[in-house]
Design a protein around this ligand. Structure first.
Ligand SMILES: Cc1cc2nc3c(=O)[nH]c(=O)nc-3n(C[C@H](O)[C@H](O)[C@H](O)COP(=O)(O)OP(=O)(O)OC[C@H]3O[C@@H](n4cnc5c(N)ncnc54)[C@H](O)[C@@H]3O)c2cc1C
Length: 424
């Protein structure tokens, strides 16, 4: 998670059942689990990582334990955005961040040094995928990390059991195979689907878990965009601009009767890396994002041509649904109003290129109760395969309207605990 701003929202109740808000031609968006089932894992992760937030400030926030860290102060840009939001009758709140606002977990407090979205945190104030579990003792030899390796094929011992994984050293192109009691895929929504497809064999001629053609189907990215512009300052801010990347958010349009089909999304500060007060002006930028419809024809599939490692290349087929295009336009207008209220005279729109799958990846190994319409069950277990699991964003039958990583982590922890119990 080098590419990560630490934004750590929990999914909202509607994200687990968005039937009332999706188009008639969308795949079933209902998760086989609800917030209550995921909540203990969010709580545990929050304690382990340290999430800084202000409970009760976000009107749509689901119930939670008290926060372990106080929220970050608004940045100078965040303060201008929050004040503008307040004047427009919106309800700004501090963005929940897996970035220390105080020293926590042996890591220092953030000192707002600047860009933290596309860089490693130089001080370690931001939590990452590893830090929550760094203190978990493991017996010697219990874990081997094979750097530079790529899993390329899962072997089935019989129609209902995986028994091996073949992997490739991406430097030497050497292949090797490991025997497995249990196989867990966490390659991300695109790569895990591709691995199942690349694992075609006589017991699974179209790829593992793909008897009904659902592997890869329903891939979704989350529609999003940016608006930005400069505003004039009356006086110099109390502190110079700097990180974190986002300090203020608004969920006013998440559930919004005026938004297409009643569902908008989140708007939050996304301050550019090059932050400075220049000639009495300061740059403001907002990110707006919402869930995209899970569509059958949006899919991951394999090409006939091969990459430099000799693997079949991945093809992503993705069209934004017309309803989502309208939703994106709606959110863009709401975000632009905010900037105008903050004094921005010329608001620029910036594409996020979400349609290339560069940020948030979901679906492709969709979870569900109906094996003909999904790939994995509520535990992330591939239907009909006893010991093969998917524990990344591929599980998500609906992408939800907020940043996904905290939910990917919570769900992965839930699945891991289940597997540990089963193997014990
Ligand atoms: C600029 C940017 C900022 C972001 N900020 C946020 C944020 O603030 N909050 C948030 O919630 N989300 C954020 N995201 C999204 C976040 O990065 C992803 O949700 C998250 O990384 C997904 O985690 P993952 O472990 O499922 O997948 P990944 O992070 O993609 O990790 C998958 C890993 O599996 C490895 N892998 C893949 N295939 C194979 C294979 N066949 N064999 C072996 N290994 C394999 C990959 O090399 C990779 O290391 C951001 C994304 C971007 C691009």
């Amino acid at each position: 998670m080098t590419l990560y701003a630490g934004i750590a929202f929990r999914y909202r109740t509607v994200d687990f059942d968005a039937r009332a808000h999706v188009a008639a031609d969308a795949l079933d968006p209902v998760w086989p689990i609800d917030y209550a089932e995921l909540r203990p894992y969010y709580e545990e992760l929050e304690r382990r990582m340290g999430v800084a937030r202000l409970p009760g400030a976000d009107p749509l926030e689901p119930p939670s334990d008290p926060a372990v860290l106080p929220p970050h102060e608004y940045s100078p840009q965040g303060l201008l955005i929050a004040k503008a939001g307040g004047r427009l009758g919106r309800l700004p709140f501090p963005t929940p961040l897996a970035i220390n606002s105080l020293p926590y977990g042996g890591r220092p407090a953030c000192h707002c040094c600047g860009p933290c979205n596309e860089h490693l945190c130089p001080t370690g104030a931001r939590a990452d995928a590893r830090s929550p579990f760094i203190d978990v003792p493991l017996p010697p030899g219990a874990l081997t990390v094979a750097l530079g390796s790529k899993a390329v094929h899962i072997g089935l011992g019989n129609v209902s059991r995986a028994d091996s994984v073949e992997w490739l050293d991406t430097v030497t192109s050497q292949r090797a195979r490991v025997r497995a009691r249990c196989v867990v895929l966490t390659g991300n929504a695109v790569q895990s689907a591709a691995l199942l497809l690349r694992s075609a064999q006589s017991a699974a001629p179209n790829g593992i878990g793909n008897a009904t053609g659902m592997v890869g189907s329903g891939i979704s990215f989350k529609i999003s965009g940016y608006v930005s512009g400069s505003t004039t300052l009356d006086r110099l801010p109390a502190r110079s601009p700097g990180g974190p990347f986002s300090t203020v958010a608004m969920s006013d349009h998440y559930l919004d009767d005026e938004a297409p089909s009643g569902l908008g999304g989140m708007i939050y500060e996304a301050s550019p890396a090059e932050q400075a007060v220049c000639d009495g002006t300061i740059a403001l930028r907002l990110h707006f994002l919402a869930a995209d419809q899970p569509m059958r024809k949006n899919t991951v599939r394999l090409a006939n041509s091969r990459d430099r490692l000799g693997l079949q290349k991945i093809i992503l087929e993705y069209w934004t649904h017309p309803l989502d295009k309208r939703r994106l336009g709606y959110l863009s207008r709401r975000a632009s109003e905010l900037l105008a209220e903050a004094g921005v005279k010329k608001v620029d729109y910036q594409d996020s290129n979400y349609q290339f799958g560069r940020g948030h990846l979901h679906g492709g190994c969709r979870a569900g109760v109906d094996p003909t319409e999904s790939v994995v069950d509520r535990w992330g277990r591939v239907h009909d395969i006893d010991n093969l699991y998917v524990a990344d964003g591929g599980f998500f039958p609906y992408s939800g309207g907020v940043n996904p990583t905290f939910t990917i982590q919570a769900n992965a922890l839930r699945i891991a605990r289940r597997i540990a119990t089963q193997l014990a």
